[in-house]
Ligand binder design. Structure first.
Ligand code: FES
Length: 70
């Protein structure tokens, strides 16, 4: 893992009802013990369990949202 490219700003951000965003280089270990390295400026890690490209988010969480009561 590299140093935070923007010191003072978080390099891990949890999106409400969505993915965890990683800023900069990271290695992510999935549930099978396989490591996935990312060197992208920002990577999205699935937290909903619905992605077909785990550990990365593919946007499926948007379809899993509960309908609003508005
Ligand atoms: S958080 Fe986006 S697909 Fe799971």
């Amino acid at each position: 893992m590299s140093e935070n490219p923007e010191p003072g700003r978080p390099d891990v951000i949890f999106c409400p009802n969505g993915p965890m965003l990683l800023r900069g280089d990271h290695a992510v270990r999935d549930e099978d013990g396989d490591d996935h390295r990312t060197t992208r400026p920002v990577s999205a890690v699935c937290r909903c369990g619905g992605s077909k490209i785990k550990p990365w988010c593919d946007g499926t969480h948007k379809a899993m949202r509960k309908p609003s009561r508005d």
